[in-house]
Design a protein around this ligand. Structure first.
Ligand SMILES: O=C(O)CCC(=O)C(=O)O
Ligand SMILES: [Fe+2]
Length: 394
């Protein structure tokens, strides 16, 4: 398991912004700016760069396929460079890298800004960035062995502004290793089933006391489950700690109302282009939206929380999570793709964020919890259902 992999800048965006960027890039290259931005860097083979101490500290880098050829990846941070080298399918012997040091303490936001600037200067989106790099992903406060979902002010703001926050590094590598083994075991033991619903091809296991077999084999999922079930409290803690954050009343109210669900879902998308077409998780136009057990009906969903468990993911595996801007429909060419990297957690507004799973070319695993709206669920529902939802895992 390569925990560093979670650091690769790996969102993609096909947007009008890209057209704007390339117009800007043209203007810059005419003025000579392009050379200044990308040529100031040191340049060597990727292999030598990884050995070199020169590239320590906060770097932005451009990977070229061969010397003086097109850039194939632009990233920020030494970890991202190492992760790229580890995960790429390209021949590392022929890769070259240029980099520029931004100073040891440069913040992630400065690295991201520089990465965008370089892509703009190149005038095209490097292939392995799968589009221009969007800075949608964020770092967790600190990785843990599971349990607590800790959100920063910037996470709340992204959730409010974009309807989604994407966070890397909430769980440590050892915890993730065990979780991966357990979710794979669910599939290997035949405990995942296809729901035979049109539009989705995944096999799923419902995680609950009655449906999840207890046993050491599945214990690795416990920290992931705990983390996802702590999202409602984590969001409320963050709101309390950031009283001045600019968060809309709608989001504040949802954060106050959401509660951890009784059930979670483990899902596997198989390598035969398994996908899930664009949808809302809570869609009033869907006739089945209000059907089912209170607290578990799609209409009760407030925030969808997903943890991905794919340690060997590479771009060729596809199966990205695609979302559309709030209010846009599926015909929109403005979308963001998120790689389902191991340990990556996404939290999004279940009734607002249109999303899909793109066809997958490899096994793709995730665990999902849909927080529910307490104000919609009658008091007759025993409160214990939300507190000890998974006896099989506890
Ligand atoms: O696994 C994912 O990335 C999303 C799955 C999904 O949209 C769903 O199960 O509703
Ligand atoms: Fe969904």
């Amino acid at each position: 398991m390569a925990s560093t992999r979670a650091c690769v800048a790996s969102t993609s965006r096909a947007t009008p912004e890209r057209a704007r960027l390339s117009r800007k890039a043209k203007a810059r290259s005419v003025s000579g700016q392009r050379e200044r931005i990308v040529a100031r860097a040191s340049r060597t083979t990727l292999r030598d760069a990884l050995r070199s101490n020169e590239s320590r500290g906060s770097i932005v880098f451009v990977v070229d396929e061969g010397e003086n050829t097109r850039a194939v990846f632009v990233g920020g941070g030494r970890d991202a460079l190492e992760a790229y080298a580890e995960s790429t399918e390209r021949d590392v012997e022929t890769l070259w890298v240029r980099w520029e040091t931004l100073g040891r303490r440069a913040r992630a936001s400065a690295l991201n800004a520089k990465v965008k600037e370089i892509i703009a200067a190149l005038g095209y989106a490097p292939e392995d960035n799968a589009g221009a790099v969007a800075s949608a992903t964020q770092k967790a406060a600190e990785p843990t062995g599971g349990g607590q979902a800790t959100f920063a002010r910037s996470h709340l703001e992204a959730l409010d502004r974009d309807g989604i926050v994407v966070i890397d590094g909430m769980l440590d590598a050892e915890t993730l290793n065990d979780a991966v083994e357990s979710v794979r075991a669910l599939h290997a033991r035949g405990l995942m089933r296809n729901l035979e619903q049109s539009g989705r091809d995944d096999d799923v296991a419902v995680l609950s006391g009655s449906a999840l077999p207890s046993g050491r084999e599945f214990l690795g999922l416990r920290p992931v489950v705990r983390l996802l079930l702590d999202v409602p409290n984590g969001l409320r803690r963050a709101l309390d700690d950031n009283t001045n954050a600019e968060i809309s009343e709608d989001t504040r109210s949802k954060i106050r109302r959401c509660a951890p669900p009784d059930r979670l879902m483990a899902a596997r998308y198989g390598p035969e282009n398994c996908r899930y077409v664009a949808h809302l998780d809570n869609d009033p136009r869907d006739p089945g939206n209000d059907v089912g057990t209170p607290g578990l009906r799609p209409a009760d969903r407030v925030f969808t929380c997903i943890a991905y468990l794919n340690p060997n993911w590479i771009p060729a595996h596809e199966g990205r999570f695609r979302y559309f801007p709030l209010g846009a429909d599926v015909s929109s060419s403005d979308f963001t793709d998120i790689d389902p990297l191991c340990g990556r957690v996404v939290v999004f507004d279940s009734s607002k964020l249109l999303h899909e799973v793109r066809p997958s070319a490899a096994d793709r695993f995730a665990v999902t919890a849909w927080t529910y709206d307490r104000s919609r669920v009658s008091r007759s529902v025993p409160s214990s259902r939300a507190i000890h939802p998974l006896p099989g895992l506890s």
